[in-house]
Ligand binder design. Structure first.
Ligand code: FES
Length: 59
């Protein structure tokens, strides 16, 4: 089972191989948004770009 580390939050989470990173982050109380985008975002539909993450290691 893959483990995802959220470096800014200092958290790690186990997840499924094809898990949605946004959903994993939100499930583990990792802040995905800053400022107003916390209230105004597209809920992960790929329209606003506010939940962009950088994968620094792994696939
Ligand atoms: S919340 Fe991710 S693209 Fe809008």
């Amino acid at each position: 089972m893959p483990t995802v580390g959220f470096l800014n939050e200092g958290k790690k989470a186990d997840c499924g191989q094809y898990a949605n990173l946004r959903k994993v982050a939100l499930l583990h109380n990792v802040r995905m948004y800053k400022g107003i985008s916390e209230k105004i975002n597209c809920q992960g539909n790929g329209l606003c770009g506010t939940c962009v993450v950088e994968v620094v290691e792994g696939a």
